[in-house]
Design a protein around this ligand. Structure first.
Ligand SMILES: N[C@@H](CCC(=O)N[C@@H](CS)C(=O)NCC(=O)O)C(=O)O
Length: 227
């Protein structure tokens, strides 16, 4: 493959759970890439939407630009970006080698991508912050329990540091949930706690944290976090 230049366009780091996922995937694949940070909730010109539209017609971050052979390929949506990286760099092993494990890992990634609306709503990402656990609605409790059960199942079945052994797209998709559980002090079993610690210790998560803390120190993040 010819040398490609990658640029990941992300939203305010403290809040942008969707942006964190491909960031972790790109780092896990060992790719060199640049980031462009777009401030979310910017209502004065250029608004957040206007800024994002310069990069992608979908008007949402994250966006990945791949410049190669004189052409630029624009990929949007966190899962599509993770899939693209996994496909372009199979040696990074971002999906499990075993076809059955891969099918389950895809189910995990997609379950996260399309689900857990109450977790997103009540436990918004506030990456650099600590928050008291709010009074959870029944639906939120059910979703939290489902996430914990899913993580526990994968950890005991595949017996690795991450959900499917080595780090996979499933972990990238759940990385923001690890942050949410950490921020709100959600109670989890010991094995899940150890998993969360391993995810939080990833260089990508540490780097994201430094950037999120800088944003907060600069006065961003004073509004309620995003879903
Ligand atoms: N399904 C999309 C969702 C992306 C999304 O909702 N991004 C939010 C920020 S986290 C956004 O770009 N919002 C635009 C805005 O605030 O105007 C994905 O997975 O990438």
């Amino acid at each position: 493959m010819a040398m490609a230049r990658y640029t990941l366009i992300v939203g305010t780091r403290n809040w942008s759970s969707w942006s964190l996922r491909p960031f972790v995937a790109l780092k896990a694949a060992g790719l060199a890439f640049e980031t462009v940070d777009i401030r979310l909730r910017q209502t004065e010109a250029p608004t957040t939407r206007e800024q994002i539209l310069k990069h992608s017609p979908a008007g949402k971050v994250p966006v990945l630009k791949i410049e190669e052979n004189g052409e630029t390929l624009t990929v949007w949506d966190s899962l599509a970006i993770c899939e693209t990286i996994a496909e372009r760099y199979p040696e990074a092993g971002l999906w499990p080698d075993d076809a059955s494990a891969r099918a389950i890992a895809r189910s995990y990634a997609c379950e996260m991508h399309s689900g857990f609306p109450d977790v997103r709503d009540q436990l918004s990402m506030d990456f650099a912050g600590k928050q008291p656990l709010p009074e959870l609605r029944e639906d939120t409790k059910t979703q939290v329990a489902r996430i914990i059960a899913a993580w526990s199942d994968a950890l005991s079945t595949y017996k690795g540091d991450f959900l499917f052994g080595r780090l996979s797209v499933a972990d990238c998709m759940y990385a923001p949930v690890v942050s949410r559980f950490e921020t709100y002090g959600v109670e989890v079993p010991t094995a899940v706690r150890a998993y969360m610690d391993r995810v939080l210790a990833l260089p990508a998560m540490q780097e994201w944290k430094v950037a999120a803390e800088k944003e907060v120190a600069a006065g961003l993040g004073s509004l309620p976090p995003l879903r």
